[in-house]
Ligand binder design. Structure first.
Ligand SMILES: [Zn+2]
Length: 214
């Protein structure tokens, strides 16, 4: 038989019954249980990862079985913007079909405020294209910047000033494409993809029967 344990209040130390939503003594809210982070994989997942960073422009990168195949950035609100969204989505899907592996999408999730109307709507275009390409919603994930940055940027960058982070992103992403110049929004997309190839969070997006590595 399993029973939920009593919990001790972080403020006053009172031992509370398991079903109490707040401390009986000082009414501080019960601490939320932390979800365990899925561990990263030692080898890339056997899948295609389309990574997106929708800001002023949309940066994107396609990773096939752990290798970067293409990346770029473009303005959605431009003559070819919507066509480009569809082209990128179809590229990722085509790789997956040819190899007989699943494909997933990882996009950056921001903390509300920074993501203005523009980026929210821009992601709407992607969602539409993904729906059109018949990608199940369960294959679309979001990641907080701090999470992927902690894995692919030098130590301490999560606490660094914005400009330093940008600089570090450009250097790290450029190193993955043989020193080629990468755009400001392409860089994070490349790094999100890099993170995604082995991230436990991407593993969870894969169908259970296909959660295998290359
Ligand atoms: Zn208390």
């Amino acid at each position: 038989m399993t029973s939920t344990p009593l919990w001790r209040c972080a403020r006053c130390g009172w031992l509370n019954p398991p079903d109490a939503k707040s401390c009986t003594d000082c009414s501080k809210r019960k601490p939320r249980a932390k979800k365990a982070k899925p561990p990263p994989s030692f080898r890339p997942w056997r899948c295609v990862v389309l990574a997106l960073d929708t800001a002023e422009k949309t940066g994107w990168s396609v990773w096939v079985l752990g290798k970067l195949t293409s990346s770029g950035e473009f303005r959605i609100y431009s003559g070819d913007g919507v066509r480009e969204v569809i082209r990128v989505v179809e590229t990722a899907k085509a790789y997956a079909l040819r190899l007989g592996v699943p494909w997933v999408v990882m996009s950056e999730r921001s903390w509300g405020g920074h993501m203005g109307m523009g980026a929210t709507c821009a992601f709407g275009f992607w969602k539409f294209a993904l729906l059109n390409a018949q990608l199940p919603e369960a294959r679309v994930g979001q990641v907080f910047p701090a999470m992927w940055r902690a894995r692919v940027l030098p130590k301490g960058m999560h606490a660094a000033k914005r400009n330093f982070v940008r600089e570090a992103e450009l250097v790290a992403a450029s190193a993955l494409v043989d020193g080629r110049h990468v755009g400001n929004d392409e860089a994070p997309a490349i790094l999100i993809g890099k993170w995604g190839t082995q991230a436990g969070e991407v593993g969870l997006l894969l169908p259970k029967s296909e959660r295998v590595t290359v």
